[in-house]
Design a protein around this ligand. Structure first.
Ligand code: ZN
Length: 158
């Protein structure tokens, strides 16, 4: 974890809540990526979240840059912001392993598997207590997978 001394679950939750709100208010890498090589749209009709994720891969299939645009609830925007922060610099298998780890931890309450150092991404795990918001948190990650697989049709959580 971090250098912060966490004494209780409540403090941890508060820290994560602030992280989510920070990314929702000031999303990183927000906007269109003009020279994107891969992109995908994600739509979560249950909540009204809609985003488009852009990736630029280099010749070695490493993600050089990532950005997103769209609108949605705080969780969906924060998740997309954290995603772009996370995947820049990763190769395709590396990014896919984050997709797998995040969606698994989000949808399987029993999972405590530590396959990766998820670090800040664990903030998203708070939505497990609110099943209706899980799709908000995973939307950007499904768009990531779709973009990496170069699917052309929009992904939907339905
Ligand atoms: Zn949402």
């Amino acid at each position: 974890m971090s250098a912060v001394n966490i004494n209780s679950g409540d403090e941890l939750r508060e820290l994560y809540r602030e992280l989510i709100l920070d990314h929702a208010r000031n999303p990183r890498h927000f906007g269109k990526l003009e020279d994107a090589t891969h992109s995908a749209e994600g739509i979560n009709p249950l909540c009204g979240d809609k985003l488009k994720l852009y990736l630029r891969l280099d010749a070695g299939h490493r993600i050089e840059d990532a950005a997103f645009e769209g609108s949605g609830c705080a969780i969906s925007v924060a998740s997309a912001s954290l995603l772009t922060d996370t995947v820049i610099g990763l190769d395709v298998p590396g990014a896919m392993s984050y997709f797998t780890a995040i969606t698994r931890r989000m949808t399987d309450v029993e999972s405590t598997e530590e396959v990766l150092d998820l670090d800040k991404l664990l903030a998203l795990e708070g939505v497990r207590e609110f099943p209706s918001r899980i799709k908000c948190a995973t939307l950007a990650w499904h768009a990531l997978k779709s973009a990496l697989l170069s699917h052309t049709s929009p992904v939907t959580t339905e």
